[in-house]
Design a protein around this ligand. Structure first.
Ligand code: BT5
Length: 250
């Protein structure tokens, strides 16, 4: 399988047939000063979502983590999450999947009918970092895409490239993700504008659970460093992190 991922990219590839979590391995490499490495695994046995949630990662998916050492403040790291979501969405669309992005880190397939407003989750992103107040020492961007897997082996509400459009060549898929990510990462405006094009969240009436409470209103824009702008009854609110639910079109 390693040969299958013989990628042509400005990243060094470390391939594992099986691993606990590519993000954990990425963190280990980052702590040992590595950079521009992509850890890819055919299967993960202990992968994570945000807030210590479990992530199901069987053989057939695209499970990868980018290890980077950008010269950015920690507050800007969410832009990398958005760039990864754009990269995955573009690759999924090229594979024939009608994917779009739910702020901040989900790639979904949303149908037109009202029963499916929340969408089916195709991919998730987990960005982790370490550093000082003014500069990160590293960022690990974990990307999980349900590629060539049956969605009935995944948690409820999940979908896969296989189920939406048929199997993909995972090598090409990963290559495309890396190319788009590479193309966008140094350009916050380009990230935001591509994100807006692919967003399912903009124009929705949303409910976001943040650490400081619930914010409800129309999602009107996204801004540096990846924050969601919500028009509420009491004016505009900018939320930087949280879980977002699409309630209805605004
Ligand atoms: C995420 O978290 O969506 C981030 C997922 C990141 C996974 C990648 S895989 C490579 C790298 N290595 C890791 O260990 N992690 C990263 P969150 O938004 O918290 O969503 C987690 C929720 O998604 C879970 O609570 C489940 O409900 C659901 N879920 C779990 N596995 C799923 C899957 N394969 N497909 C769709 N939904 C899933």
């Amino acid at each position: 399988a390693a040969v299958e991922f013989g990628l042509d990219a400005s990243f060094e590839i470390e391939f594992h047939d099986e691993i606990g979590s590519t993000n954990d391995r990425g963190r280990e490499l980052a702590a040992a000063d590595a950079s521009d490495v992509v850890v890819i695994a055919a299967e993960q046995t202990g992968s994570r979502g945000r807030l210590k949630r479990e992530w199901t990662a069987p053989e057939g998916g695209v499970w990868m983590s980018l290890v980077l050492r950008p010269e950015i403040p920690p507050a800007h790291a969410p832009l990398y999450t958005l760039a990864a979501a754009v990269a995955v969405t573009r690759a999924a669309r090229e594979a024939g999947v009608d994917a779009s992005i739910k702020w901040p880190n989900d790639v979904l397939v949303v149908s037109d009918d009202d029963t499916d407003r929340g969408g089916r989750k195709l991919a998730g992103i987990l960005t982790e970092m370490e550093g000082e107040a003014d500069r990160v020492s590293w960022v690990v961007v974990g990307i999980g895409v349900n590629a060539n897997v049956d969605s009935d082996t995944l948690p409820p509400g999940a979908t896969s490239v296989r189920d939406e459009a048929g199997d993909v060549d995972r090598r090409v898929f990963v290559q495309r993700i890396l190319e788009t990510f590479d193309e966008l990462t140094d350009d916050p405006d380009a990230i935001l504008s591509a994100w807006r094009d692919y967003a399912a969240t903009l124009g929705q009436y949303v409910r976001v659970e943040t650490q400081s409470g619930v914010v409800e209103g129309e999602a009107v824009d996204v801004q540096v460093p990846g924050a969601l702008v919500i028009q509420t009854e009491d004016g505009e609110r900018v939320v930087h992190a949280g879980d977002c639910e699409h309630l209805r079109p605004a």
